[in-house]
Design a protein around this ligand. Sequence first.
Ligand SMILES: Cc1ncc(COP(=O)(O)O)c(C=O)c1O
Length: 437
Amino acid sequence: MNYSDWLSRKGLEYRKEILYFADKNTLDIANSYGTPLYVINEQMIRERYRSLKNVLNLEYRNNQINYAVKANSNLSVLKILNSEGASFDCTSMGEVYTCLKAGISSEKIIFTGNMFTDTDFTFAVNNDIFVNLDSLSQLNRLVRVYETFGKEKKGISFRINPEFGAGHHKHTITAGRDIKFGILEEQTIEAYRKAKEAGFEKFGIHQHIGSGVINALDFGKPAEKFISIIEKIIEELDIKFEFIDFGGGLGIPYRPEEEPLDLESYKNLVIKPFLDLVKSKGLGEPIFKIEPGRYLSAESTILLTQINTIKDNGFKLFAGVDAGFNTLIRPTLYNSYHHIIPCDIKGKEQEFEYDVVGPICESGDILGKARKLKKLKEGDHLAILDTGAYGFVMSSPYNSRPRPAEVLINNETVYEIRRAETFDDLLNTQKIPDHLK
Ligand SMILES: Cc1ncc(COP(=O)(O)O)c(C=O)c1O
């Protein structure tokens, strides 16, 4: 893919050397709303959802995309995906609560927590949310909660750890014997037998191998193992699965030289084996589920930031900006690459190498290392790309810096969908004991 195609797949283009995003002038947006600022392109979320849904529809009608809320839980983002027909995968009570507040019905939510507490179970049961268990030990506790509240048992599923994982960083690989997630093959029969004995009648099964998988081949082995486990459960326990969930993890091309995820291979390695399983075991029409987060939201968003300081320390050049790892932590936490481009490329013929750094009082506050950019000056604006997943949701008020605003562009109109925090927001959960007043 050439560079301008790569940009345009993300809704970006230069017009008269000014960067436009979703047909809006990025400098105008920065000037109107200030920086740092997350800017979300509504149509991009819709497009990604629709194109993925089309791929699934062509293979198997009874499919469901559960958006992984953790990637971006802004109410407007959830409402956009809800209006497209998505379902939702939540990892915490807070995410479930947010989905319900966004008007999403409880039947469209699955709670894939880990290290569940009884409070989590109580919240799920009282809100009619389907629970996807992560440990054999949690089953009895969940049953007790159902009984305490006299609620009819919803179905149950377990997250399986197929032992083959993948991901963009070791912290995002979620399968393997030494990884905390899911239950290993040896415990799966016992898990479903106990669930049956406890009176559950509807069953699902789930795996999620990791996040940020850009090489589709990485999905092959885990899918194979997952399917072999499902076959064993069916043979031993005669269980009929209502859904089979292959998890998320679908990556996006963060670097200009990267190709998008090869969905053709994904189909061959995940969907086709699922279809073979359904046919060979006569499973009827279980729901084929996946739960992508990043794939649907990452490329929908840019983070606008302004350069406040150009520092030449005699050894290297730093472009100091007003976004830091408090705003976008992925580069610091995972050494992740986010492409960074100027909002105005006048004078682009002359390039220099910069470390793009934030204002946080730590040396690790680097958003982009050794980036070749036009000669930058204080006051210029930069756009940090692909920040719609694990961007704002992972931000913090570290160094007592209020979190930024988020705006949404739809049909060339810009809507503020989250105001920037104020200094008072930083303090308003604190209480001062009498003796310090
Ligand atoms: C259970 C589960 N499902 C889905 C996802 C979404 O991953 P991604 O955003 O890479 O698709 C995650 C992310 O960690 C997850 O833990």
